[in-house]
Write a protein that binds this ligand. Sequence first.
Ligand code: TRP
Length: 338
Amino acid sequence: MNRKRIFSGVQPTGSLHIGNWLGAIRNWVELQKSHEAFVCVVDLHAITTPHNPKELLENTLSTAALYKACGMDPDISSIFVQSHVKAHSELCWLLNCITPLNWMERMIQFKEKAIKQGDNVSIGLLDYPVLMAADILLYDTDLVPVGEDQKQHLELARDIAQQRINSRFGINEENILKVPQPLIMKEGAKIMSLCDGKVKMSKSDSNENSRISLLDSPDLIRKKIKRAKTDAEIGIEFNNINRPEADNLLGIYSIVSGLGKEKAAIECGEIGWGKFKPLLTDALISALEPIQKEYFILREDNDYLKKILENGQSKADEVANRTLKRVKKVMGFLQREI
Ligand code: TRP
């Protein structure tokens, strides 16, 4: 049986929030039933903006534990830490040398992040998308489940594979690297901030109240939902462009309650915010409870978590090293047989 392969990852910066879960991890959990999944904690990406070593260490462990707690199954999927698989850095270097600089300078996320960094923009930040291309291409990935905002990065990975590797170094039309497809999920693809329905929920938002972290206590969830931005209308509805907050919160509710869009829209179509918010709060608390429970058990058992990551690394190494070898060979590097 030849299952298609997916690859995805989240940066271990700050604690994961419901946007990461509903928009990304939840989809991996579904996809792993029918696809071969490689999911990684992209710690090398996390140092492209100034970072704190202690926090990186803690966030790497907590992100890995949350993948598992959210339902990624280490027996059928490979869960690993990017920096443990050395092929990522090495392929990144090879790709750096064949990727035109002007492809990088036009990346939207780079421009946005660079503005925020002022004078302190590292070469790593500019190189972020090439490392991401290396991540994806190493695994002969068929599909990359990502959010809307990562589409341009995926496009770059495709261009590098196609135009810079396959067409330059491929022999007899043979592809060296598989050209991946994006898989943009509709439902939950973009969870917005609780404080502004027009901006994405983000780990880097300085306002804690803008997001629900997966590890927030019931009390904190209650507080944050109470403070969440509303409007003066009655009835919570989807797709009213003047009511982005209603659309976002109803979207979250439709997923965490398990009702789905249609039923949630009917249930909430005529109630006011005062009735809706407690419904949303309770649904969120119950949905997060089992994740938190498993998370805390896992964090008590560091050896088990380490074992999962070691296993993931060894499965990842095997595939990644094969791809790296193929690329180095066609680029003319002297092969070393071991
Ligand atoms: N850039 C991605 C994000 O911020 C994270 C990431 C790094 C990634 N490498 C990847 C996602 C490879 C998918 C595939 O969401």
